[in-house]
Design a protein around this ligand. Structure first.
Ligand SMILES: Cc1cc2nc3c(=O)[nH]c(=O)nc-3n(C[C@H](O)[C@H](O)[C@H](O)COP(=O)(O)OP(=O)(O)OC[C@H]3O[C@@H](n4cnc5c(N)ncnc54)[C@H](O)[C@@H]3O)c2cc1C
Length: 384
């Protein structure tokens, strides 16, 4: 039960993986949480839905207890130009989920743990010495000693209370996900439930053709680059040439939509203030090269919940305790001041591309570096 004058101990804005995980973690330890999201769940979230075992660990989730679409991947294909380079593993090193199902499951889990859900969009946020107040589009007002911003790249706390840096670079994406049926998918690819990644010719992004149960997910992402509008039709042409997209299948696809989000690079986002913490995309935590954002969202959610619990301790000064969150993020993801490490930076541009191509085509280096360190961040996967 929240203290007098407050509607909850903690307000969580956004019910994606970051917000639901924070709410679940806090609520199950007895913290009174109010979670606000304007979307009607299950809601569509643009995402390839590629997740790693570390996400399940952070969520304390056994796949046996997950009732929805869940594909275990033991192989990955990386297309370098016209050549498919396949890497096989002895155990599943990643999984495919459908975000609408996954996010709804996590939200319900938070509610079962005791978090109260308010289906309203937050319009305004304000902090003062005593706490944080949010006002919804419907005109309701909620107040708590502490708020967690988990509203993704449009998070209202990030927009209102955090200084925007003009140098921020975003991943720009275009994606379509459609339930077309497993038989239809099998008729179009020899690699059913083997994720296919297609490196962009300049290596500044990649496209994907993901098959998960009955779902086909096709998309492309590039770092801070409007040329995605040219890259996208080129990629679709490649899929048609490969037989992955027949006219019938193409006619069934949901419309391609775009969504930009920030990656964790040398332009830091202020992830905490006197009365708030930001998690996931709101804090710009997605991985630099891969654009993986679900793992940072749930990991930062667990960190935020731990720090929030300490901050709510009556003996502690809230603002001071929240600074610990910054240290935890730095410990996990490294300092943000330095430019992202680019091992090819010392080479002239045309040699950089050749080196990347050579690395991606080498079985050993692709397993150790490209998947082990860039896409999966899992040294064990590199070894298996
Ligand atoms: C095309 C594409 C493909 C991707 N593929 C992958 C992938 O395969 N694997 C991976 O790990 N990552 C992927 N990502 C990144 C990943 O989707 C995000 O990093 C992740 O969703 C971040 O989670 P989050 O909880 O921080 O935010 P979100 O998932 O964006 O959730 C934010 C929630 O906040 C709510 N909200 C927003 N504003 C308000 C408001 N004002 N009031 C109330 N509620 C609000 C929204 O409705 C939403 O439910 C992809 C991203 C894109 C765009």
């Amino acid at each position: 039960m929240a203290n007098a004058g407050f509607d909850a101990d903690v307000l969580v804005i956004g019910g994606g993986p970051g917000g639901s995980t924070t709410a679940w973690d806090l609520a199950r330890s007895g913290v009174d949480v109010l979670l606000l999201d304007g979307a009607d769940f299950p809601r569509v979230k643009l995402c390839a839905g590629w997740i790693t075992p570390q996400i399940l660990d952070a969520l304390e989730l056994d796949p046996q207890d997950y009732p929805n679409t869940f594909s275990a991947f033991t192989s990955v294909i990386l297309w370098v130009g016209n050549r498919p380079c396949r890497t096989d593993y002895v155990r599943p090193i990643s999984y495919g989920i459908i975000r609408a199902e996954f996010d709804h499951f996590l939200l319900e889990r938070a509610r079962e743990a005791g978090a109260r859900f308010v289906n309203e969009d937050v319009k305004e946020v304000a902090t003062d010495d005593g706490g944080c107040t949010v006002t919804t589009r419907g005109g309701s007002t909620y107040r708590a000693p502490l708020a967690i911003g988990a509203g993704g790249s449009k998070d209202p706390i990030r927009r209102k209370l955090v200084e925007h840096r003009s140098e921020e670079r975003m991943v720009v994406t275009l994606e379509s996900e459609t339930r077309v049926g497993a038989d239809t998918i099998r008729a179009h690819t020899p690699y059913y439930e083997v994720p296919e990644l297609f490196l962009e010719p300049d290596f500044r992004g990649y496209a994907w053709y993901f098959t998960k149960g009955d779902f086909l997910n096709i998309g492309i992402g590039r770092l801070g680059d409007p040329r995605i509008r040219d890259a996208h039709p080129r990629f679709l042409e490649q899929l048609r040439d490969l037989g992955r997209l027949s006219p019938d299948l193409e006619a069934q696809l949901t419309k391609f939509k775009g969504h930009p989000y920030k990656i964790y690079d040398h332009v830091p986002v202020q992830a905490h203030g006197e009365r708030f913490l930001l998690v996931g995309d709101a804090a710009g935590l997605a991985r630099h090269y891969s654009g993986e954002g679900i793992r940072p969202a749930v990991e930062s959610a667990r960190d935020a919940a731990a720090v929030a619990r300490n901050a709510l301790d009556p003996g502690e000064a809230i603002g001071q305790t929240l600074t610990e969150y910054g240290s935890r993020l730095t410990e996990r993801y490294g300092p943000q001041q330095a430019p992202v490490f680019d091992p090819t930076a010392w080479l002239p541009e045309r040699w950089q591309s050749r080196l990347v191509e050579w690395v991606c085509r080498s079985n050993r280096l692709r397993r150790d570096w490209v998947f082990g360190r860039v896409f999966l961040f899992d040294p064990e996967a590199a070894a298996s």
